[in-house]
Design a protein around this ligand. Structure first.
Ligand code: NI
Length: 390
């Protein structure tokens, strides 16, 4: 049987598992029952498994009948702190926790791929590792597995995401930037309090903070190359206690998104310069705290792009593929791609006929489950073809 036929055959298994995981969502690094259940699902298929000391997540290993390279297929498994309001009969049984990003689908798609790959194990030229990764939503889960040396001996990795704005059951595989980097920051502006009627007697931290905000947006529009998308958003601002007192302190937090690794390297220094000097010009002091989260997800390996795209076309024809604009959201899969060649695909979940029209992270997020077995097929076909081609 072909991979396409096997995927179709396992369709009801994949949907049943998806619904089970959907009903039992767990938050990042708390995916205990999820990991136990994935373990038993894999063991029932006779697949070798591994757990991580004191951490959630599961690794499955399928050794092919012929020698060759090692490819890893990754699915993230965590849910979000959202109360579900989706119109489905299998909604979350855990109060305030929901698989609103579709990671339940990712678990099920990779379990489906595990079944397919087990069936064709003898024909595989190498090893397939299945990583059920915890804590993607915290942006740091992938980093843990990289530090644990999980990529040692792995030649390439594939990840995918079920996507609420892409029509089901289309597959998107394309080269270039797919998801942006995500860095977060906190700015503290310090002035000197005095009576609001006599501002010259103190230093107004609020006016200095306003200048900082404007200059950061000027950095985006005037100093950054407009051909390089860049977002700097300030999401919180807190300062002052009384209407007629000049505030001595303002704190602001925000996030930065870009697809350019070069720009990302420089941006912290440029921002610090601008923030400190802008505040200084107002007679105030300012400091910047800066945290790097995942880098951009870029499909930059032509060979992997080609293998993945051809795998999708072989399965469902050119009409099974659809374009999708890159996005300024982020994905911790970037940590894997910084270490070894990787490819990232999207599977369409949108279908207005069944009300699956909400974006990922919506409390009404719903997917067209007809797409799921295609995700399993793509994982498996990519793995087989990559090992065959290497
Ligand atoms: Ni997600």
């Amino acid at each position: 049987m072909s991979i396409k036929e096997l995927a179709k055959q396992y369709d009801s298994f994949i949907i049943e598992r998806r619904r089970y995981y959907h009903q039992h969502p767990e938050l990042s690094w708390k995916e205990e029952k999820t990991s136990d259940s994935i373990m038993s699902d894999l063991e029932a298929m006779g697949i070798e498994t591994k757990r991580f000391r004191g951490r959630t997540g599961v690794l499955g290993v399928i050794r092919g009948g012929k020698p060759g390279k090692t490819v890893m297929l990754r699915a993230d498994i965590d849910a979000l702190p959202i109360q579900e309001h989706a119109d489905v009969p299998f909604s979350s049984q855990n109060q305030g926790v929901m698989h609103a990003c579709g990671h339940d689908c990712h678990i099920a798609m990779l379990l489906g791929a595990a079944k397919i790959l087990s069936d064709i194990r003898q024909e595989l030229c190498g090893t397939v590792k299945l990583l059920f990764q915890a804590a993607e939503e915290t942006c740091h889960g992938a980093e843990y597995y990289v530090e644990e040396g999980l990529l040692d001996g792995v030649d390439a990795i594939m990840g995918m995401h079920i996507w609420g704005t892409l029509d089901a059951p289309k597959i998107n595989v394309e080269g270039g930037g797919r998801m942006a980097s995500c860095d977060n920051f906190k700015i503290t502006v310090r002035g000197r309090a005095c009576h609001g009627s006599a501002p010259h007697m103190g230093t107004d931290a609020i006016v200095a903070a306003a200048a900082v905000i404007n200059n950061l947006q000027t950095f985006v529009s005037r100093r950054n190359n407009p051909l390089n998308p860049l977002v700097i958003s300030i999401g919180t601002i807190h300062g002052g206690d009384v209407f007629n007192v000049i505030a001595d302190k303002v704190e602001m937090e925000g996030t930065i998104r870009t697809f350019s690794r070069e720009l990302r390297k420089d941006i912290e220094g440029i921002m610090r310069d601008m923030i400190e000097n802008t505040a200084k010009g107002c007679g105030a002091d300012a400091s910047l705290e800066y945290w790097q989260f995942p880098g951009p997800v870029i499909n930059e390996h032509d060979d992997l792009n080609r293998i993945a795209r051809n795998a999708a076309a072989k399965l469902y024809g050119e009409e099974g593929l659809a374009p999708l604009e890159k996005m300024t959201g982020s994905e911790d899969f970037a940590y894997f791609m910084e270490k070894i060649p990787g490819i990232y695909a999207f599977i369409g979940a949108r279908n207005s006929e069944i009300g699956a029209v909400y974006g990922n992270h919506s409390d009404k997020f719903k997917v067209d489950e007809r797409a799921l077995h295609r995700g399993s097929a793509l994982y498996a076909q990519f793995a087989e073809d990559y090992l065959q081609n290497s």
